[in-house]
Design a protein around this ligand. Structure first.
Ligand SMILES: [Zn+2]
Length: 95
């Protein structure tokens, strides 16, 4: 029977590739995608790690190639401008 801790360590070695969708073929040395997926769903620790890596990946992907719909909404500037005006950093006629 596989020790759970050892299995988590194996998952940890593969999880970045798993999150990136670049997992090696099942006949390689690594775990196959289904095994990792099943474990990530069942294991709180590995599930959290997968979520963390996926979030980081999405952030990087957004920074590298922002899609047309992924930019900040125009209303963001209104809030920033209001905040800057409140701080006296913007005065009418200067913006
Ligand atoms: Zn685990």
């Amino acid at each position: 029977m596989t020790c759970l801790i050892q299995f988590c360590e194996r998952i940890a070695q593969e999880i970045q590739s798993y999150v990136d969708g670049q997992l090696a073929s099942p006949n390689g040395a690594g775990l196959d995608r289904e095994s990792i997926e099943a474990h990530v769903r069942a294991c709180t620790f590995c599930g959290a790690e997968a979520h963390r890596l996926a979030s980081a990946r999405d952030m990087v992907a957004g920074a590298v190639s922002p899609g047309p719909s992924q930019g900040p909404p125009p209303t963001i500037w209104n809030a920033i401008e209001a905040s800057l005006r409140a701080d006296g950093l913007i005065r009418d006629g200067e913006a």
